[in-house]
Design a protein around this ligand. Structure first.
Ligand code: NAD
Ligand code: UDP
Ligand code: UDP
Length: 322
């Protein structure tokens, strides 16, 4: 029988967090969504408001939080370069001070706590695909460092609260994830290309488009997060989660324009500073621990995401409303 739990999701009104809240609510858990709405939207969770087992709270996790819960998913942190570079000091504070507060909460309540870490902790990696025992290649003072180093420090804090205070922790290194509810203007590649193609604007490929990413559909990622949360207490991670189907960005542009059916041209722009050249997860560890592997191929996930953005762009729909 499934036991109902009290679950805190920080960043719960964001892209990944809102899908996670939805699933946890559907399972019958008592879900508390905590978000400062920096990149999250109330409309992402509007369909959950009013359910007896869902509650939303405006709160910034860089401040202490006193609530009683059994499990915590720490998803709070802007994830797209455009947003995390908007206020880099706040980004680092969210990852570091935010982690300390939620770990303090977990320590007081005995809650199990999962950290949404990132493939960015590998920086511009020297080994492919990336395995969890690789320590990474991060520029500590570049424009991406506020995110990368904040997330690396959060992993350190999770590991030390586990060793020092016996906390039950899980660290999941999330690789690029996409799907409905991505912000149309957050600058990430999948949303950018789809919105550009739908509007018949040039597709902005940075650099030569030879850099690669591996894209995981959001439903698969939610499965992965929940599967890792359910592992025995001796599994702390870090554990990679992502779809190992690696694609060049130029190829992604072609696939999206083909699907949208637009005669969009490609506009090559300058490559961002410190842009990782290749990224692909080795997912043997998560597969061994939980049996998880992604089910939604890129082509199907793109179809679903394109149809979401088509609806969003339909007359009467506002892409920017809360
Ligand atoms: P998102 O920006 O949609 O969600 C982040 C949420 O956190 C937003 O709702 C935002 O308002 C909230 N938030 C930010 N700072 C906060 C603060 N100080 N206090 C409270 N709430 C705050 O991004 P996402 O793609 O859903 O990412 C969710 C998590 O997963 C992030 O921690 C991100 O680093 C991690 N992640 C995502 C990806 C990806 O490809 N989507 C990849 C790796 C890691
Ligand atoms: N904290 C919190 N909620 C709690 C318990 C703690 O937000 O329910 C915060 C508190 O502000 C503290 C931080 O978590 O600064 C770390 O807590 P911990 O117990 O590890 O450290 P201490 O209180 O000893 O500094
Ligand atoms: N990218 C691109 N055009 C865009 C947005 C991004 O070519 O309009 C590239 C970007 O340079 C990077 C890749 O796509 O190499 C993924 O970028 P994103 O910001 O989505 O994720 P991240 O770099 O954090 O993995």
């Amino acid at each position: 029988m499934h036991m109902e739990k009290r679950i805190l999701v920080s960043g719960g009104s964001g892209f990944l967090g809102s899908h996670l809240c939805e699933r946890l609510v559907a399972q019958g858990n008592d879900v508390l969504c905590v978000d400062n709405y920096f990149t999250g939207r109330k409309r992402n969770i509007a369909h959950l408001i009013g359910k007896p087992n869902f509650e939303a709270m405006r709160h910034d996790i860089t401040f202490p939080l006193y609530v009683e819960v059994d499990e915590i998913y720490n998803m709070a942190c802007p994830a797209s370069p455009r947003h995390y570079q908007h206020d880099p000091v706040q980004t680092t504070k969210t990852s570091v001070v935010g982690a300390i507060n939620l770990l303090g909460l977990a320590k007081r309540t005995g809650a199990k706590i999962l950290q949404a870490s990132t493939s960015e902790i590998y920086g511009d990696p020297d080994i492919h695909p990336q395995t969890e025992d690789y320590w990474g290649n991060v520029n500590t003072i570049g424009p991406r460092a506020c995110y990368d180093e904040g997330k690396r420090c959060a992993e350190t804090l999770f590991s030390d609260y586990h060793r020092q205070h016996d906390l039950r922790v899980k660290i999941v290194r999330i690789f690029n994830t996409y799907g409905p509810r991505m912000l149309p203007d957050d600058g990430r590649v999948v949303s950018n290309f789809i919105v550009q193609a739908l509007n018949e604007k040039p597709i902005t490929v940075y650099g030569e488009g030879k850099q690669t990413r591996s894209f995981c559909y959001v439903d698969d990622m939610v499965d992965a997060l929940m599967a890792v949360m359910a592992t025995p207490d001796d599994v702390t991670g870090p554990v990679n989660a992502g779809n190992p189907e690696e694609v060049e960005i130029g190829e992604l542009a072609r696939r999206i324009t083909d699907k949208v059916g637009a005669a969009a041209s490609i506009e090559y722009q300058e490559s961002p500073v410190d842009d990782p050249r290749r990224r692909c997860p080795d997912i043997s560890l998560i597969n061994k621990l939980t049996g998880w592997s992604p089910k939604v191929p890129l082509s199907l996930g793109l179809d679903r995401t394109i149809s979401y953005f088509r609806d969003e762009a339909a007359p009467g729909a506002s892409l920017h409303s809360l």
